[in-house]
Write a protein that binds this ligand. Structure first.
Ligand code: BTN
Length: 322
């Protein structure tokens, strides 16, 4: 109901009467008044003038379901959307919803996480309103081996959304960091629940550094934020709608496949390709030149003896980045 009121106000672009809203939604005037009041409590600035009605003047500054949905063009991703003020980890929260049968495309966002999880058992720090935590539930009809494209396609979508919305030249550091220059802006962590040879669901968690100006000492040399890179505070709701629109484009429209155009696009945006990299195999550190990313999202590295070694996970250090 509140979402529908926001849409009416947003599309009206000027005053719209309470009567008109109650008629087009088939609800009472009191219900409209109540919804408008709740929206004001959430941070929407709505002006009311006798005999003219209501006018939407400002969206809330921070993440808000109704505001994001206003800008959303997707059919699946984010149609079911929840914004939390604070949570331990959006990935853990969404996995519980998934176990209870939540639908594919469900998105959980949090303004703050108290125990955000990074890759390889690391911690992901999400300070309130300065970092966005997003988790996306998918239920692809794929085998566990076939879902390796979900993280790279999500990275591609993130890179496009950032470059489009923030006018930045962000790139992908294989496999799943989004960087600007030599510093990390976004981290991605995909988790999966599967039975034998069929995936039940995947939860892709995306952590975006939005407004930090300082980082903990351990990561300050390699972390950045949209604010630091652009000097501007972004409209977080519009930005997240852009992210979800791109996630739908890259994941759903590409049928989860990193084939043809998607892999070519990924490679164009991948800062790792063409650089010296070091990765670990067992206990050995191996170095070589990153030459390409294949349709499964694996990195092909040419070793000094001319052979190609394919890396599918783990930590890769890239010379000149981190
Ligand atoms: C990494 O670069 O190590 C991956 C970071 C992933 C962080 C995101 S924030 C949203 C989601 N919830 C979590 O607990 N982790 C992911």
């Amino acid at each position: 109901m509140q979402g529908k009121i926001v849409k009416l106000l947003y599309n009206a672009q000027d005053y719209i009467s309470g009567q008109q809203m109650s008629e087009s939604l088939g609800v009472s005037r009191q219900a409209v008044n109540k919804a408008v009041k709740s929206l004001k409590d959430k941070g929407f600035k709505i002006k009311s003038v006798t005999r003219k009605g209501y006018k939407l003047e400002k969206f809330p500054k921070y993440l808000c379901e109704e505001a994001i949905k206003c800008y959303l063009n997707t059919k699946l991703i984010g149609r079911n959307l929840k914004v939390l003020d604070t949570v331990d980890s959006t990935n853990d929260y969404l996995k519980k919803l998934a176990d209870d049968g939540a639908e594919a495309g469900t998105v959980v966002l949090a303004r703050e996480q108290s125990s955000g999880k990074g890759r390889l058992g690391r911690e992901w720090i999400s300070p309130k309103d300065n970092s966005i935590a997003l988790s996306l539930l998918l239920r692809p009809e794929l085998t566990p081996n076939e879902i390796s494209s979900i993280t790279p396609l999500s990275g591609l979508a993130m890179c496009r959304a950032i470059n489009d919305f923030c006018m930045l030249d962000s790139r992908i550091k294989w496999p799943n960091d989004i960087i600007v220059g030599k510093k990390k802006l976004v981290g991605i962590l995909t988790e999966m629940a599967a039975e034998f040879d069929m995936v039940d669901y995947t939860v892709t968690g995306i952590g975006i550094n939005v407004g930090q100006t300082v980082f903990p000492e351990e990561i300050s040399h390699k972390a950045t934020s949209i604010l630091l890179e652009t000097g501007r505070h972004i409209d977080q709701n519009k930005f997240i709608a852009t992210v979800l629109n791109y996630l739908e484009q890259e994941l759903i429209i590409n049928h989860y496949s990193l084939g043809g155009q998607a892999v070519a696009d990924y490679q164009k945006l991948c800062a790792t390709i063409g650089r010296q990299v070091t990765f670990t195999r067992g206990k050995r550190n191996i170095s070589g030149m990153a030459v390409s990313v294949n349709n499964s999202g694996e990195l092909d590295v040419m070793l000094s003896n001319g052979t190609i070694s394919t890396v599918n996970s783990g930590e890769v250090t890239v010379q000149g980045i981190y």
